[in-house]
Each structure stands twice: as C-alpha cells, then as structure tokens.
Design a protein around this ligand. Sequence first.
Ligand code: GLY
Ligand code: MN
Ligand code: MN
Length: 448
Amino acid sequence: MDTQHPDLHPLYAEHLATLVARADAALEHAGFEHLVIAAGQPHYQFLDDRDYPFAVNPHFKHWLPVTRAPGSWVVYTPGRKPKLVYLQPRDYWHVVPEAPAGYWTPHFDIAIIHEPAEARAHLPRDPARTAIIGEPNAALDGFAPNNPQGVLERLHWWRSYKTPYELAMMRVASRIGARAHRAAEAAFRAGAAEFDIHLAYLAAARQGDNDLPYGNIIALNEHAAVLHYMQLDRVPPAHAHSFLIDAGASFHGYASDITRTHAGAGPGADDFAALIASVDEAQQGFCARVRAGQSYPELHIHAHHVLAGILKEHGVIRMSAEGAVESGVSSVFFPHGLGHPIGLQVHDVAGFQAGPDGGTIARPPGHPYLRMTRALEPGMVVTIEPGLYFIDMLLATLKDKPAGKDVDWDRVEALKKYGGIRIEDDVVCTEGEPENLTRGAFAALHHA
Ligand code: GLY
Ligand code: MN
Ligand code: MN
C-alpha cells in the first residue's frame, strides 16, 4: 500500500453513504427490494483447467476495496447494513483470499463461507425481487444475475460522479503510475529494450501485469505509430529516436491512465522534441478546459483544430488548420478520440449516456472512436490524450486524395522514424479549476 494515502475512514464512510443512497433510489425506481452484486467467478481457458486473470465485477469493487475475492457477494437491502458474503475456500492449491481487514470492514456485516454454493443461504430468498448484478457464470442454484436495465443504467450514470474517496484512490493510482513512468524513462535513457523498460515500470510500480488497469504500451521509434502496441521487443533498436509509454496503475480497484512521449538523443532529436513540446502545450490547454458545462465532443473538435495548427507550424501540412479538419487530414494524424471517462475501469461507463434512464448521445459524424460525448460536470474524471502519429496505412489513403498535395511528404518521411506522440493526463472536473491528477502526481514526485 502506498504510504501517502490520506486517512480513508471518513472518506470511505461518506462514499458508502453515497452508494447506499444511489442504491435506494435505483431499487425504488426499478421496483426491486434488494441489490446483490456478485464479485464474479474465474473464466477458464478452452479445454483447459487454467483460468484467465480474474477481473472483479466493477460494481463489487465500487462498494469495497476488494479485488481478489471470486465467489464473494455484496448484499444490500434498503434500511439495513450492507452484508459481505466472503468466500475463503478450503484450498491448498492457491492462496486463499485474506481475512477481511481494513477501514471498510466495520461498515459490513460479514459472513465467511468456504464453498461458493454456501452463499445461497445468505442471499435474499426471492431472486425475482432482487436486482442481481454480475456475470452469468456467477449464478448459483436458482439465483442468477438478472442485471435489470433500470438499475444498471442508474448505477452507471451515477458512477460518473466520483466521491471524494474515489478521487483519493485515483490520486494514489496516479502517483504510483507517475513513479513508474520515471523509472521507465530512466531505463529508456539507459538504452533498454521495450521489454526491459516494461519490467522497470512494473518493478517501480510494485504491480504485475495482472494488477495493471490495462496492458502497458511501451513503444520505441516507429512502434509508437501503432496505437495499441503491446509487442515488447526483447532487443533494443540500434538507435532509439523516440519513446512513447502509455501505462497506468491500480489502487484499491481504481485506475490511472498516463501517456508520455520522450525524444531520444542524436541528429533530429531537437526537432522531434519541439513537436512534443507543442503537443504538450496544446494538451495542457485542453486540460484547462475540463470545466463544468464543457461539451466533451466540442473539446475533441477543438483539439483537432489546435493539432492541425501544430502540423502546419511544424511544416507537415501547408493548408489551414480549418481546411485540415474539414478535409479529414487532421484525422489522419490524430485518428483516435481525445479521451474517455476513467474510474473503476480505465474506460469507465456512461461516456455516451444521455441521462439516468439511459439513452445514447451520438458521436459527432466522422469521429468514430470518441469514447465520451457528454458535457462535463463536477465529479467527472476524464482523460485528455491528444496525439499526432505517422501511420503508414492512413498516410497512404491521404496521398491519393486532393488534400494530399498540401502535405509535405518529405517532412512526413523524416518524422516516420519517431512513430508518434501522445500525451495523456487524468483530469477531474470540479466546480472551479480542474484538478490534473497526473501532473499533480508528477509534481509530487519532485517534492517527495
Ligand atoms: N491506455 C488506453 C487508453 O489510453 O485509452
Ligand atoms: Mn486513455
Ligand atoms: Mn492510455
């Protein structure tokens, strides 16, 4: 556990009170008497007795900071203390989940069970009156997840508004990530291969691959042009021109999602560093717009204009920024969304949701990968992750179009060896100034 976390007891009590109030409202709206959340069961590989890494139901870890408890359940009935049905199997093959401990335990009635099926006796008798949230394989005899839409939609909607406890968890997740980013950068400067940079990251985070909120993207040179590059070369390149690292960390079930791009040394490095600096400055400008009432899709379109301006300023394109956005040229260089909600899941729920009753806010035409179409409100946390890339497949489609004649292809060729740039922070929308969790975490490292 990170030693820098604040005193969590009062924050957690307030968080749980918020979840209880939300559950009361969701159950009343949908006409259920109980809310039951299955942590989940492991999934097995085809024709094998090996299970995939366990990923707990995010609704379960919303109620308590327990992520490794397959076969456990949260049971809530309005007006009663929440109950945790906690599976500690009799098992000498695996590590049995630890006995419940910590600041959250006084808030639950805890029933320890030793077999998954024993849970049934602790669950409400009538599944028809119970909103049961979970995956199908969590089903017990006569008690199967029904995931009622009217409950899920409300819970998802409210998950967008983080409690102060959740923000505290995300600050810690950001600090772990920032610390590991520094170690990864040092490994890059020392000439390490992608695989070894990855190991340096894990070691500094004290997290294994399966603890991370998503698989690390550790890309040297033109690998940075592959948006989700996960290959991890075991051998360093002859010359490292650039380093893009998109890597986060988890804390008590909450995610951070951080990307930085670094220029290597040698001829041309200053030129690429200047391009990184321009994207970094633009990115900070977008972060400053994470304010209540800001439409996220409008911020995404704004980012296209600013990034197109950077492409022009750095001699990649000759057309106006407006022309580049209108003709789709900006999307060749910035072909993903500006960001997404983040929280219990790195790509958190409800990014498109129109209201507590569901519904979808469509993406703006021509922007198929945007993951957030809502207006920002206090309590939301989103990533801001603009990028510029030199992707052969997309550049090839541009070359044959009329707009292609306004591209400096020699300049593009010269930049291809760097792959691309992405800079990503996690930003909280507040009543006033945004809180940048990522920059705050990096700044705290300097002061530690
Ligand atoms: N690391 C995944 C993302 O940035 O969305
Ligand atoms: Mn992201
Ligand atoms: Mn990322």
